[in-house]
Design a protein around this ligand. Structure first.
Ligand SMILES: C[S@@+](CC[C@H](N)C(=O)[O-])C[C@H]1O[C@@H](n2cnc3c(N)ncnc32)[C@H](O)[C@@H]1O
Length: 232
């Protein structure tokens, strides 16, 4: 059960198979921060998310969100329920059964709030996966995705596909807990293509020196190094 981060009560498995251990089957602190922010956005105004969601909501249709590296799927499922949005949650293929389990476990809450969630495999940087997922999203979500340096380039490639490949400005909202200095390399590379802005920072907790930070990425006005043509 996940409660406390939001006013909705969500159910999450501990992993379909209790012997499965791994990063995809835990809820990470940046996920809790993002869910809390989404919840605040639903219940009060203004919040750090107000201008983003006010600018991209379209009358008479659900917001369309895509979550990258969903892990348990908690952020995407919460976003669907809290915003009445249509959300595609994604991760590596072996994570899909757990995502589907968690979607089914929260079917009632989704129905009650008018949200819809589906799950799909999306391995960052894989052209076939990216093309299958497409770009028709209003906002891209992600929590705790920057941790292994081998993943920086594939993640950036996926973001370039999603954010530089459309006329419309699409925002990537990412919560992140800084753990290692090397992570600055990801942000340095990201800055070449995107304007990256901090929209929220949590106070540090549990003896940590740093709190979770929420970033907003949008393509640079000059196109962030062209790329659009590469992806059309
Ligand atoms: C630290 S976990 C964060 C999970 C979840 N977003 C959260 O905050 O609770 C990182 C997630 O990224 C996923 N991931 C790692 N490498 C990936 C890749 N190459 N393509 C897609 N997802 C990947 C993992 O499976 C995992 O679910």
């Amino acid at each position: 059960m996940l409660h406390g981060a939001s006013s909705i009560l969500m159910k999450l498995s501990k992993g379909l198979n209790e012997t499965i251990q791994g990063i995809s089957f835990q809820l990470w602190p940046p996920a809790t921060t993002l869910i809390t922010l989404l919840d605040r956005h639903r219940t009060s105004h203004p919040t750090p998310l107000s201008s983003l969601f006010d600018s991209c909501s379209v009358p008479h249709r659900r917001l369309r969100l895509l979550e990258l590296g969903s892990g348990t799927g908690a952020v995407g499922i919460a976003a669907a329920a809290l915003l009445g949005a249509s959300v595609t949650i994604t991760d590596l293929p072996h994570v899909l059964p757990n995502l589907q389990f968690n979607i089914a476990a929260n079917a009632k809450i989704l129905e009650l709030h008018g949200g819809a969630v589906d799950a799909a495999a999306l391995q960052w940087g894989q052209t076939a996966d990216m093309e299958a997922i497409g770009r028709e999203y209003d906002v891209i979500l992600g929590s705790d995705l920057v941790y292994h340096e081998n993943l920086y380039d594939p993640l950036l490639e996926t973001l370039r596909f999603l954010l530089l490949g459309r006329e419309q400005k699409v925002v990537f909202l990412m919560s992140h807990l800084k753990r290692w200095k090397k992570e600055s390399a990801f942000f340095k590379k990201a800055n070449k293509f995107f304007d990256v802005e901090v929209i929220h920072t949590d106070s540090p907790c549990n003896g940590s020196r740093i709190g979770v930070t929420v970033y907003q990425f949008v393509r640079k006005c000059n196109g962030g190094g062209k790329l659009k043509s590469d992806f059309t």
